[in-house]
Design a protein around this ligand. Structure first.
Ligand code: TXA
Ligand code: MG
Length: 333
């Protein structure tokens, strides 16, 4: 059987593709673009009709706000009511990079972007292609992860095609993404005294706390109230996901296989010794490597037709915090 012919063009990120992406975006279209975290589904962030197309293509609940991506701090100032000193310090330290800062929004930000909140989430991506498209367009880009709502985030252009073919105008292929996990989201909208970590991500919490010189509050009911996205189903492959510590991985996978369950394993290298009938993906490169391969691994095991994924847990330090957050949500299904 031949694979279906794609309806959405997928082009490698050369200058002509960047120009094409910018012109489609200027006309109100939606384009998937690479960032250093995951692929984003971008549209003109100041055009409510273009932004509405993002929600439609993803099947995203209307109460889940979008991040606005900009080329630099000056552009961020135009969409925030105010950039307080603390936000400025974090922007200096971590932009361009995988940190999203939530601030009070300026009136130019359409309601649909913020899902009716009085805040806006802003980030400067550290990816040459994303930055080139932002500069060519000269406007902020609204961009959630470029997956169908609820699915694992895409870390390769092919993942975007698998989820959104025929629903968007163009996919810009910049190769596999560097971090493989989304940006860290910090809320500074409630004043200098109350920074709140809304989402663990590619920028480790330790790095943020070192820059701020103090611990940051995280999660809980307050975060749920401030970040509607936390309430929605997320990162789920079709297979059920089970989290198991390294020592128990092999035994659990073999027990499931013996009980007739089609099981696959997602782990850190070296792979636990298992019979070849049990597909086993083992990511090289420590915790960073595991983060990079996490979403791709869930998708690959789905394609292999397993009904259950046994995934290795990690210590909750550094990017391990974000890995465990995503794994737990994937396991919730
Ligand atoms: O790395 C990333 O952040 C990627 C790339 C494409 O930039 N984007 C991404 O977007 O992960 P998305 O939409 O999948 O996740 C954005 C998260 C959601 O949990 C959303 O609820 C939250 O940020 N968010 C967006 N705007 C917000 C706001 N004004 N207040 C609180 N949370 C907000
Ligand atoms: Mg997402």
């Amino acid at each position: 059987m031949f694979p279906p012919v794609p309806k959405t063009p997928l082009r490698s990120a050369e200058p002509a593709t960047i120009a094409l992406a910018a012109s489609i975006l200027a006309d109100g279209g939606v384009v998937a673009i690479p960032t250093e975290t995951v692929y984003g589904l971008a549209a003109d962030g100041l055009d409510p009709r273009a932004v509405a197309r993002i929600f439609a293509a993803k099947g995203r609940p209307a109460d889940n706000p979008l991040i606005l991506h900009v080329a630099g701090l000056a552009e961020a100032e135009a969409i925030a009511a105010e950039v307080p000193p603390l936000a400025r310090a974090l922007a200096d330290a971590f932009w361009p990079g995988p940190l999203t800062i939530v601030l009070k929004r300026a009136a130019v930000v359409p309601e649909i972007v913020s899902a009716g909140l009085d805040t806006v989430a802003i980030r400067v991506p550290a990816h040459p292609v994303a930055l080139a498209i932002l500069r060519a367009l000269g406007r902020p880009l609204a961009a959630p992860s470029a997956n169908r709502s609820g699915r694992p985030s895409p870390t390769r252009a092919e993942h975007v095609l698998a989820d959104l073919d025929g629903r968007i105008d163009l996919i810009v292929d910049g190769g596999p993404t560097a971090h493989g996990i989304e940006s860290t989201v910090i809320d500074l909208s409630q004043g200098e005294g109350a920074p709140l970590l809304l989402r663990q991500g590619a920028l480790p919490r330790e790095a943020l706390e070192a820059a701020l010189g103090r611990p940051i509050a995280e999660g809980g009911a307050e975060a749920a109230a401030r970040s509607p996205g936390l309430r929605h189903r997320h990162y789920a492959p079709r297979a059920r996901v089970e989290l198991v510590a390294r020592e128990g991985l092999g035994a659990r996978a073999e027990a499931l296989a013996a009980a007739g369950v089609r099981v696959g394993v997602l782990a850190r290298a070296p792979a636990p010794p298992l019979p070849p009938a049990i597909p086993t993906l083992a990511a090289e490169g420590g915790l960073e490597g595991y983060a990079r391969e996490l979403f791709a691994g869930l998708r690959t095991l789905d394609e292999l037709g397993v009904a259950r994924i046994v995934a290795e847990t990690t210590p909750e330090v550094g990017i391990g915090r974000a890995i465990m957050d995503r794994l737990r949500r994937a396991a919730e299904g």
